[in-house]
Write a protein that binds this ligand. Structure first.
Ligand SMILES: *[C@@H]1O[C@H](CO)[C@@H](O)[C@H](O)[C@H]1NC(C)=O
Ligand SMILES: *[C@@H]1O[C@H](CO)[C@@H](O)[C@H](O)[C@H]1NC(C)=O
Ligand SMILES: *[C@@H]1O[C@H](CO)[C@@H](O)[C@H](O)[C@H]1NC(C)=O
Length: 284
């Protein structure tokens, strides 16, 4: 076993160099991070990959939510996965799986006992963060952009439910679809705000849920004063998320923020009830 653990820490290195290490294979993911966009899916994947029993697929595959890519078949998908030992867990993440109609059944067809991770944050903050990312990329390309108010409200000043960022934040609506296909025991809902504030306890929950040997310690996470949030490390590497991940949000009229929170409140209550977990997100 000691030899194998030693090997574990090297799988990542070998995967980077695209070398097959003796005793490893490409395996279908046993765990998928299925969302939610702008809630910390990248941070979650990178932090999980500190664990010597976790092997990550860095690129978002869009295998289960894109019909054209799905047509390539499971064998194609498997061959895209990194090499791993038989007791390691391969993890893929694609945030848009969460809102896909097809993804739940397709993932179940791959492995009906798969374990799923969903990371969420307060829905209004998520909308603002979603908007901020699109805004940044439009500004960067010198493209015109619509002000936030015009995006989230319709002509009569009601919440614009056709805006995709609003739809994504209706967690309940999407979660219902996942729970028609999977049991709640197979899904862990991770608190994205908690993950940023204090990663260690949240990662311990995930470690337990994935039935991984206990490896995470507080040492893996350290606060970077310059950045104002956590960086992470293991014996082989240290990592801080790129600056875009801590992007400053635009100033939004507090009354509009309140209006959005009130709008999401009933969705949130249904969501808490559905998953048996209460996030107590602000309601105004
Ligand atoms: C299916 O997922 C479970 C839970 O992650 C895992 O233990 C099992 O090995 C997976 N089966 C296959 C065939 O990958
Ligand atoms: C802290 O963050 C700064 C700014 O991104 C970075 O340059 C520096 O390397 C980080 N320090 C550590 C110890 O991770
Ligand atoms: C969630 O907790 C708050 C108190 O923090 C409580 O007022 C609210 O009723 C709870 N909601 C649900 C759905 O349990």
């Amino acid at each position: 076993p000691t030899e194998k653990i030693l090997h574990h820490s090297t799988t990542e290195l070998y995967n980077k160099k695209r070398i097959k290490f003796r005793g490893t294979q490409r395996r279908l993911p046993q765990t998928v991070i299925v969302g939610v966009r702008k809630c910390g899916t990248r941070a979650l994947l990178e932090m999980l990959a500190l664990h010597s029993y976790v092997v990550k697929k860095s690129e978002e595959m869009h295998f289960f939510d894109d019909d054209d890519i799905y047509e390539n078949g499971l064998e194609w998908y498997r061959k895209k996965m990194p090499y791993s030992f038989d007791n390691q867990v391969t993890i893929e993440k694609t945030p848009s799986y969460f809102i896909s109609r097809e993804a739940p059944a397709r993932i179940k067809e791959m492995n009906e006992s798969v374990r799923l991770l969903v990371i969420v944050r307060e829905p209004t903050t998520r909308v603002i963060s979603d908007y901020a990312q699109i805004l940044d990329s439009k500004k960067l390309r010198g493209k015109p952009y619509i002000p936030f108010e015009k995006r989230v409200l319709n002509e009569v000043g009601e919440i614009n439910e056709n805006y995709i960022a609003i739809k994504i934040s209706q967690y309940f609506v999407h979660m219902v679809r996942w729970l028609r296909v999977f049991s709640l025991e197979q899904i862990l809902v991770v608190d994205g705000e908690q993950l940023v504030r204090d990663p260690f306890p949240e990662l311990k929950k995930v470690e337990k849920f994935l039935k991984l040997p206990s490896r995470f310690t507080p040492w893996n996470f350290y606060f970077n004063e310059t950045k104002g949030f956590y960086c992470f490390r293991n014996e082989n590497r240290q990592k801080c998320l790129p600056p875009s991940k801590g992007r400053k949000h635009p100033e939004i009229d507090p009354q509009l923020v309140s209006k959005l929170r009130r709008y999401f409140a009933p969705f949130n209550d249904h969501f808490y009830e559905l998953i048996g977990q209460n996030f107590s997100w602000l309601t105004s």
